[in-house]
Every structure is written in C-alpha cells, then in structure tokens.
Design a protein. Structure first.
Length: 204
C-alpha cells in the first residue's frame, strides 16, 4: 500500500513526538467511499447499544455513552478493506516506532442526534491492553455548527486541548493511555469507526 506512506509517516512522527495525530481528510478516497456507503446501508439491527469493555467485562452504561456500535469483521467487502488498511498501518507503525502492536479490533459507531460519550480513557496504565486508539469519520459535508466534536485532553486536569470536527475522512490516532477524550452531541447522525491496537500481553 505504497500510497499510504505519506500519511503513515505523518502519523508515526506525531505519535513519536506528541502521542497524538489529527489528519483531516486523510483516508484514501476509495476506501472512504466504500466505508461510508456501507455504514449508511447497514440494517439498524446490526447496531447494538454500546457498553463499556468487551465480552465478560461488558456492561451497558448509558450514563457514560449513548451511541450504538457494530464490530467490524471480514464478512463484507467494506469491513475486509478496512481491516486490511488497519493491518498495513499496524505493520508500518511496528517498523517505525517499535510499538509491538500485535492485534486490533474495530467497530462502526452511530451517534444519533443528541448522543454522546463522556470523558474517558481507552486504556489504563498497568492493564497492558489497548496501546493505540484510532478514529475515522464517515460524515460527508459535516458543518462545524452540527457539533459532534471529539475533545482530546492532554491530561486529567487540563481544559480540552484539541477539538476535532468529525469531518469526512479525518483520521485521529492517539496513545490509548495518554489522552482522556469525549464526544459531544451533534445535531445530525454521526458515523465513525473506532479501532484499537493491542500489544501481545502474553509477552514477558
Ligand atoms: C471511543 C471513542 C470517539 C469518536 O469509541 O472510545 O472515543 O469520536 N470514540 O467517535
Ligand atoms: Mn474512546
């Protein structure tokens, strides 16, 4: 995937220097169109109320978040194309940053108007689970006044340091332990993909 090298380079540089990378309008156009078309045509029943944690840790917590999610797999062309792109980024980052990324998981998220995700972290120190978080937005012609921003904080006490509008093809990557973040409500449907890269926690 030669055509990604410029983007992957910028992401790697930002992660190495500041731990966080915002890349507006960055996802390759064909992949972006394919994913946007797919998410718009998915049956509503494929989306389930999001919980906090997966599987056994899974608990519904609509106080913290009110969106719906659908885990991505290889069963359809768009999902397979996404997972292939994620894999190529994982390989690139492992080569350039030695993060030891070993696996990933991805879901679509649908925030209906008014939905939100309160300030949280995607991973906690010492749990050795999620290393890197990535979010991509699938919303054509998003207007600033429609809200739905991702707010990223540099630490627990700071003001929101970075505000990202969920515009079409914007890619956000950050160290999972490093950055509390939250999703503000929007006035229209907001679609995204969230991906987490994990290190192999069976390593010594
Ligand atoms: C998450 C998350 C951010 C977004 O799913 O953990 O923080 O902008 N998503 O959708
Ligand atoms: Mn998150």
């Amino acid at each position: 995937m030669q055509y990604n090298d410029g983007l992957f380079d910028s992401i790697a540089d930002d992660i190495a220097n500041v731990g966080c990378s915002i890349q507006p309008n960055a996802l390759p156009q064909l992949l972006l169109d394919q994913l946007a078309r797919h998410v718009q045509t998915m049956p509503a029943a494929d989306f389930k109320k999001a919980g906090i944690g997966r599987d056994s840790e899974h608990q519904l917590n609509t106080v913290i978040r009110s969106d719906e999610i659908s885990w991505i797999n290889n069963d359809n062309a768009a999902g397979a194309a996404w997972l292939e792109w994620v894999e190529s980024l994982q390989v690139f980052l492992n080569r350039h940053l030695f993060l030891g990324l070993f696996s990933s998981e991805s879901h679509f998220a649908h925030y209906a108007p008014g939905d939100y995700y309160q300030k949280h972290r995607d991973a906690f120190k010492g749990e050795a689970n999620r290393v890197l978080s990535m979010v991509v937005y699938l919303n054509r012609d998003w207007q600033a006044e429609e809200g739905g921003e991702l707010l990223i904080y540099k630490d627990e006490t700071s003001q929101a340091d970075i505000k990202v509008s969920p515009g079409f093809g914007t890619v956000v990557v950050f160290l999972s332990e490093g950055f509390p973040h939250e999703v503000l409500p929007a006035t229209r449907d907001r679609f995204s993909i969230a991906t987490w890269f994990r290190a192999n926690n069976s390593r010594p």
